[in-house]
Write a protein that binds this ligand. Structure first.
Ligand code: ZN
Length: 317
């Protein structure tokens, strides 16, 4: 039997999604369970096994030749282990070996969730056709990944491109990661909301203090809300400019919940980028919103599995 499909797993702190995906990035079958994030490691693995069992019960399973996993990080692809911050029961958890066991020995490729999103945007989304790209997820946290020389660049452990934890403010606020002034500490949704509230922004009658509510206020012209987004945009721009200067990317793709703010974020981001990305080889850097929706993690995990089999990222296969 020709194995033209791959299984994909997208493992996050709230849900575990699985799918069978073809060589065009189409999801032919989907399964999902909530993540029992506060339970012990084997209980979390039980939810993964339930998802896999649902995929394996399909007649399509015969056509499945590999598994790709995109997981909340940190991950260690070289060891096959994951330690997602929001799943305390998994620390150096041997996810790759456990998944390989339930599939009867299929090859398993593991990448971080930011790298998975990047693989999806490069294969099917906003970074398609770009050989050198940084893709970012700006949400509760800030993550990302890189495409270099036309290929996904996960790095040895599967975490390369984690732009949220590079410092753009040397003596800035301490970050939960242990460093100071990280991009995430300035640009994540919770930090955009916190800064607006500290600046005197008042939520509407519904009491919504999320970054989306701050974005709505900014869109309506509230100066404190505008300033909070401008500060986030400045931090993102400094991180993007540093990345572009190091490895010569030609597009930065912005996704995630905060990315949905659209021009409220992107307009000040493009403006700030002009201040930081000044050398000739980074000056024409394009900034674009992400195009992939909620399936990006699954499609990206599938791309990684397909790329491992063919020796290239699946784009254009
Ligand atoms: Zn940090």
């Amino acid at each position: 039997m020709h194995t033209d499909l791959v299984a994909a797993l997208d493992i996050g702190g709230t849900k575990i999604a699985g799918g069978l995906v073809d060589g065009h990035g189409r999801i032919l079958l989907c399964a999902q369970r909530p993540t029992p994030a506060q339970e012990d490691g084997d209980t979390v693995m039980g939810a993964v096994e339930d998802v896999m069992a649902e995929l394996e019960s399909s007649p399509l399973w015969e056509r499945t030749g590999a598994v790709g996993i995109g997981s909340a990080g940190p991950v260690d692809a070289s060891a096959g282990t994951v330690s997602p911050v929001n799943v305390p029961g998994w620390r150096d958890y041997p996810l790759v070996g456990r998944v390989r066991a339930v599939t009867g020995g299929l090859p398993v490729e593991l990448i971080g969730d930011g790298v998975a999103i990047t693989a999806a945007e490069h294969w099917q989304g906003a970074a398609r056709g770009h050989d050198n790209a940084l893709c970012m997820v700006v949400s509760t946290g800030v993550g990302g990944g890189l495409v270099l020389g036309g290929r996904l660049h996960p790095g040895p452990t599967g975490n390369a491109g984690h732009i949220g934890h590079i410092s753009v403010d040397l003596d800035g606020d301490s970050c939960p990661c242990g460093a100071r002034g990280c991009v995430e500490r300035l640009a994540s949704g919770p930090n955009i909301a916190r800064r607006a509230l500290e600046g005197g922004w008042l939520p509407g009658p519904d009491g919504d203090t999320s970054a989306a509510a701050v974005a709505a206020a900014a869109r309506a012209g509230d100066p404190v809300a505008v300033a909070s987004f401008a500060r986030a945009a400045q931090a993102l721009a400094a991180g993007i400019a540093a990345t572009a200067t190091l490895v010569e990317i030609d597009i930065a793709v912005i996704g995630g919940g905060v990315g949905k703010a659209g021009e409220v974020l992107l307009a000040p981001l493009r403006k700030a980028l002009a201040d930081y990305a000044t050398l000739s080889f980074v000056r024409n850097l394009e900034v674009a919103p992400a195009q992939m929706g909620t399936d990006a993690g699954l499609v990206g995990a599938a791309a990684a599995a397909l790329g491992q089999r063919t020796g290239t990222l699946a784009a254009g296969v």
